[in-house]
Design a protein. Structure first.
Lengths: 781, 160
């Protein structure tokens, strides 16, 4: 069991099919009589328009052309935001209508206007070009500052001043008081650059409608098929929940961008009902750039007050967060409850105050992207800590040590509404510095200098709140959904096991990790466990995968189901072995009568459960299948320290990352290899943000970085070899003691890179992405 | 993005100005112009085939003449709609100044691309627009200059 149980680096079961091109992706499926959809999209950032679909409707191969007017006639609802944030004034945020197809006004380039359904994808595209859209351009606002300015063009009549909300957290008076007592105040203006998610597989959907049964089916790229079903049924009202079957098969990466309920998937499902035939749409890459929710896009002013010893007295943060043109599914909670609540970092900062203005602009909507709020918070905290260290002449590691929440202080209530459950921040920092040979950095810098290079080292002691979350807490903060998870265990008569999870795997390797967990816990061979996910007709209602929650919440739900299986198995074994239930001990897959050599394997128990010929049926039900629902008591709080070392060529501005050390506390680890892979991927994401990726609009609202020609994703040769280690303070409140690892790298990395670059350059006058041009410019100024 | 240029035309200012308002000449000057039709006193409709980087499309273009101040200056503006390829709009302030041996034509133009052209061709727009501007005015000079019998005749065939 050791080689496949908890703690073993089992190779990923799913990789065989992924690497051999045998995955089952949405676009791979072709239904009989299938049609294809193409969308007519706005080329203007802000315009009123009229439509003429006559030519398109009579183009070759066209089945139908549908518009926002048709949606309205069918009383199809608008897209929703599932989290209501309450502003300083006690008023709910502004969530103006987000039509599935724009009705008379478009508000960003790429806004969908009409859906053209045809016999082939090519015919649909050709016909889409023949839809006559007459635009009357309206003034557009692109930057957040312009949007908030007096007299700015208004994007929504029901969001005055283009303000979605003005929110605050923390204690303003206490923070002001801390600043009044400060020995030193460090200040920074920071931009957290807008990112375009770019999952490898573009979004895709096939809607189908069966006129005989009245059943709808939607097969799509989703991280949370049950949430798609819920929103499409309860809010958009295409079909009731029991008449809508949502399947998210293999999905080639999500990073948050496939959580949301978008225009296109909704339109495809509705169109299928209109024509009574399957309708397929798969985004091309150009569409993904303008129609997938973007991420980040903050402008912040941050101030840190310190006493003479460098202790953090107060932190003040003022942030503008770009929402784009409409409020996407979970957009509102990202720069508020997933951001302001993390500004405590790993430190004992005595007072914190943060205010956030969320702003509408004529750009693609912005929503959660890997880390979602927490990378922005870590960036603010870790940049200002380094800045303060430099200004006060205190070593950056030492300043952190002086301010860490001590290991014996948990549970630790923060000044920004959370309670950290466990951690040992100093342990991770010290280990990371040891591996990175921090003590010898000065010698390495000198050696670089002799070669004409500038060397810098940067730390990022990050924290995140994962495992989103206790339903009671998120509910009190405005979430429209509960955030528990479900899990089901079904023994087949022959002893193998089907595992049903409400989590969804789109690259994370759940089919392996969850099988390891079940195999270890129930003592069944790893090969006898099959993980089933992503199908609303197979699994119990589940909340899906985001926020590094699958193992902490989904895995814990499986533990609940497995505990019920064991309890039932104990009854069956007691009956079969003619012992009392209390005397049955379960271990390694065997139910044994204590103190005897009489036992039954769980596979025998399962067989017996399905062949209950002599069962006392009034006491013992046949079958061996259980479901568990788990709602955690708290978030989990993965944390750690990443160290980045860079060498900058001052002639060209090129930055090379020469070393990377990650020491993360994820609590217990089920599969170390998968965890390491998740850290690698996260760091790549964060390095991409820090060095390469930057979404740019021109002043008129046109997306300039609309292809891989102008938007640079990280490649293997942009990344260093990484040393990844873990420390472990188990999560005290979930049965597995796990915390989550999927976002950590993306949260930690940007600050580590930028602290290293600013260390190398000796200037703070540089924002992400630190391209060679930006670095060169910063050096020249 | 802003572009500008300067050309010398060996004709008196009045003649140059007249030529700048002649749809036949305009049609021959616009690179890729397939058809040009006068729709009102100061407006023309043109069909223009243009390529920006990887995006090639037929632009249905409305060209308007405004700020008429004969024979000194006028503004030529146009908005081309290329369907799924997006759009490009632009305007050029053209001024004419009498010089020793003819007229100096100066223009300052602004070009704004939108949709897919901006999305995938933004880095190529500058070069393309500059080339289109230079082509337009150098053709114009070539066509209106009397002693240069329109060389190897490559004006676009279709004229109105």
């Amino acid at each position: 069991m050791a080689e496949s149980g908890i703690g073993a680096s089992v190779p990923r079961t799913e990789d065989q099919r992924f690497l051999t091109g045998s995955g089952d992706y949405t676009d791979d499926t072709t239904f009989p009589h299938q049609t294809h959809a193409a969308f007519v999209r706005s080329t203007h950032p802000h315009a009123s328009f009229t439509l003429d679909t006559t030519a398109a409707a009579s183009a070759p191969g066209v089945v139908t052309v549908l518009t926002g007017a048709d949606l309205a006639a069918d009383e199809i609802g608008t897209l929703i935001c599932g989290w209501q944030v309450t502003g300083k004034d006690g008023e709910p945020h502004k969530a103006p209508p987000h039509p599935v197809l724009a009705v008379d006004t478009v508000r960003h380039v790429g806004d969908a206007i009409a859906i053209v359904v045809a016999e082939s994808a090519r015919a649909a595209r050709d016909a889409a070009e023949q839809v006559e859209v007459s635009y009357a351009p309206l003034p557009a606002v692109v930057s957040m500052r312009d949007a908030l300015a007096d007299g700015a063009p208004q994007i929504h009549s029901d969001a005055p001043g283009n303000l979605c909300y003005d929110w605050e957290i923390g204690d303003r008076a206490a923070t002001d008081d801390a600043f009044a007592r400060a020995h030193h105040v460090a200040r920074l203006d920071l931009v957290n650059n807008r990112l375009i998610p770019n999952a490898m597989e573009p979004r895709s959907a096939i809607g189908d409608f069966n006129p005989a049964s009245g059943d709808y089916t939607l097969r799509l790229t989703s991280q949370n098929p049950h949430i798609h079903r819920l929103v499409l049924a309860a809010f958009i009202q295409i079909a009731p929940e029991h008449k809508l079957h949502v399947i998210a098969p293999d999905v080639g990466g999500g990073f948050g961008s496939k959580i949301f309920i978008y225009q296109e998937e909704t339109a495809v499902l509705w169109a299928a009902g209109k024509i009574g035939r399957p309708v397929k749409w798969t985004a091309d890459r150009s569409e993904s750039f303008v129609a997938d929710a973007h991420g980040r896009d903050h402008e912040s002013h941050v101030e840190l007050a310190l006493d003479a010893d460098g202790r953090f007295l107060g932190l003040k943060v003022s942030t503008l967060a770009n929402m784009g043109a409409y409020l996407s599914t979970f957009a509102s909670c990202v720069p508020s409850y997933l951001y302001g609540t993390l500004l405590q970092g790993q430190y004992t900062t005595e007072a914190i105050y943060c205010e956030v203005k969320a702003v509408f602009t004529n750009t693609t909507p912005v929503d959660a992207l890997r880390g979602a709020g927490r990378p922005e918070a870590t960036y603010v905290v870790e940049r200002i800590v380094d800045q303060a260290a430099r200004e006060m002449g205190i070593d950056a590691a030492e300043l952190r040590r002086r301010n860490f929440i001590p290991a014996d202080a948990f549970p630790y209530p923060t000044k920004v509404a959370l309670e950290y459950d466990s951690g040992n921040y100093r342990l991770a920092l010290d280990r990371a510095l040891e591996i990175a040979d921090y003590g010898d950095f000065a010698a390495r810098r000198e050696a670089s200098s002799a070669r004409g290079r500038l060397r810098g080292i940067g730390l990022s002691a990050y924290i995140e709140a994962c495992g989103i979350a206790p339903s009671q807490v998120v509910g009190s903060l405005g979430a429209g959904v509960g955030l528990w998870e479900s899990g089901g265990i079904r023994f087949n008569p022959t002893g193998n096991v089907l595992v049903y999870t409400g989590s969804h795997s789109h690259g994370q390797g759940h089919e392996t990790t969850f099988a390891q967990l079940v195999s270890d816990y129930l003592g069944v061979p790893f090969e006898s466990v099959e993980v089933v996910h992503g199908d609303t007709e197979k699994t119990p209602f589940g909340m899906g995968t985001y926020g590094s929650r699958s193992l902490a919440v989904g895995g814990s739900a499986l533990v609940k189901a497995m505990d019920k299986i064991i309890a039932k198995g104990r009854k069956i074994a007691a009956f079969t072995l003619e012992a009392s239930e209390e005397d049955i001990e379960f271990s390694g897959g065997d139910f044994a009568v204590a103190g005897t050599d009489r036992s039954m394997n769980i596979a025998e128990v399962a067989f017996s459960a399905y062949v209950p010929h002599n069962y006392p049926l009034d006491e013992l039900e046949p079958g061996l299948e259980e479901t568990g629902f788990y709602d955690p008591a708290n978030f989990t709080f993965p944390a750690g320290t990443h160290v980045c070392e860079v060498e900058v060529d001052p002639e060209t501005g090129t930055t090379e990352i020469v070393n990377w050390v990650a020491v993360d506390d994820f609590g217990n680890v089920v599969n170390p290899m998968i965890v390491e892979g998740q850290v690698h991927g996260g760091v790549a994401h964060g390095v991409g943000q820090a060095l390469l990726e930057g979404c740019a609009y021109d002043a008129d609202g046109q997306l300039l970085t609309g292809s891989f020609m102008d938007y640079t994703m990280p490649r293997a040769d942009d990344l260093p070899d990484m040393t990844v280690e873990t420390t472990c303070t188990p999560c005290p409140h979930n049965p597995l003691g796990v915390k989550g690892c999927g976002e950590a790298g993306a949260i930690a990395a940007p600050a580590a890179v930028m602290n290293a670059i600013t260390d190398a350059l000796g200037t703070n006058a540089i924002d992400m992405p630190a391209t060679p041009q930006a670095v060169w410019r910063a050096l020249s100024e | 993005m802003d572009l500008s240029g300067e050309f010398h035309v060996p004709l008196p200012r009045e003649a140059v100005f007249e030529a700048l308002n002649d749809p036949v000449i305009l049609g021959r000057c616009i690179p890729g112009c397939q058809t040009l039709e006068r729709v009102s006193e100061n407006e023309f409709d043109a069909d223009v085939l243009a390529k920006v980087g990887p995006v090639k499309a037929r632009f249905r273009t409305r060209i308007a003449v405004s700020n008429l101040n004969p024979p000194e200056s006028y503004t030529l503006s146009g908005e081309g709609r290329g369907g799924a390829a997006g759009f490009a709009s632009g305007s050029a302030d053209v001024s004419l100044e009498t010089a020793d041996d003819g007229t100096v034509l100066r223009y300052v133009a602004r070009v704004q691309p939108g949709g897919k052209i901006a999305q995938v061709g933004s880095r190529l727009i500058g070069g393309t627009a500059r080339k289109l501007g230079t082509d337009f005015f150098s053709r114009f000079v070539e066509i209106v200059t009397p002693e240069a019998p329109s060389e190897e005749g490559e004006p676009d065939e279709k004229e109105e």
